[in-house]
Design a protein around this ligand. Sequence first.
Ligand SMILES: Cc1cc2nc3c(=O)[nH]c(=O)nc-3n(C[C@H](O)[C@H](O)[C@H](O)COP(=O)(O)OP(=O)(O)OC[C@H]3O[C@@H](n4cnc5c(N)ncnc54)[C@H](O)[C@@H]3O)c2cc1C
Length: 377
Amino acid sequence: MTIDIIGAGIGGLTTAIALEQKGFKTRIFEQAEKIKPVGAGIILANNAMQVYDKLGLKEILTKNGNPVSTIKITNSNLEVISEVNLAQFEQKYNVKNIAIHRGSLQQILFDQLKTTEINLGHKLNKVEKNQDGHMLHFENGKKIQSSTIIGSDGLHSKVRTNLFPDQPIRFANQLCWRGIAHYNLPAELKNDLHEAWGKTERFGFVQIAENKVYWYALKTYKNAQHKQAINDIEKSFRNVNTTINNLITATPKQQINLAEISDLKPTKNWYNENVCLIGDAAHAATPNMGQGACQAIEDAHILTECLSKYETNKAFEEFRNLRLKKTHRVVKTSWNLGKIAHLSNPVLIAMRNQMLRMTPKSISTKQSQQLFQLAQV
Ligand SMILES: Cc1cc2nc3c(=O)[nH]c(=O)nc-3n(C[C@H](O)[C@H](O)[C@H](O)COP(=O)(O)OP(=O)(O)OC[C@H]3O[C@@H](n4cnc5c(N)ncnc54)[C@H](O)[C@@H]3O)c2cc1C
């Protein structure tokens, strides 16, 4: 059996590595002509790093990234409101949370592939069911017969829109800028992820390598006109805080990436007749928990374990059963977190901050434990 993976994002590449290691024959079809580095960072949380440890990639990722041991929520003056210390999970699972350049991560993953047939410049247009499985139709005119398909083609998945009931994409009314500043944080902040919550806006930053700080900024917009008015990061975040100003100034402007924040309304329709969706194609979340890619990485591991144990359709069903609850919790919590973080009413902001300060550590520890625990197949 050959398994066809549509999309060579973090989910598709990790799935191909995991399947190769179990001896499966795999092909990847990716729309891009080449794997281009995206100018942003990513945080591989403990759950994702447990998967990469199983795949033998812990050392190389740790070497190419920077460990994050504390997550700090602050006000816009960077005064800490709440913090989560990740040390106990580092000890429990023997992996750290790693902040890394997306380009480095993609390259490391790509370099692992030994036997997978890689087809770049293959944008899937249509998937058609036939007697032998499915016919994949690509924009370059090629048609390829497939017996087993994994749709890892992201939020706007063509596999999903062709074969599964329509599922709405939800817009959060937030703009997100991302950049990599040529900057070093002071030594005492090097292993912290900071996220500063202001009024209808947020700014996060973390060191990802020597002289490289990944930052992201989000701002709520009310309507199309307002969106247009705020779409300049320098105007929108000027004078919030000196560190924030320094980070924006230390980033080449043409390399700042601007995106809309959206997710996929939770759905149970992930598999059907030898086709299975994973990652953002199945359960895209807003990035407020920094878990979208981590969940795609977990999918890659659990799906591979299921395919090693069961015949294909049973494997897809088991995979869905094992992953549905957690991924939906991430989608819902991320969505709600985005609303709470972007409050506009000063009284509600003060109440929120007070509640965050008073939240017992045991609650955030329990939430992190739920997030980091991998399912057993
Ligand atoms: C601002 C922001 C910050 C984020 N930060 C984090 C973070 O810190 N930690 C984290 O875990 N997650 C984070 N995420 C989420 C994360 O980026 C996604 O969840 C993750 O990339 C999903 O991986 P994927 O492989 O499922 O999909 P994608 O990364 O979207 O990859 C899909 C791939 O499929 C290809 N493709 C698409 N359509 C076709 C087609 N028709 N034919 C062929 N190929 C196709 C694409 O070119 C791409 O290579 C963030 C997201 C955003 C927007």
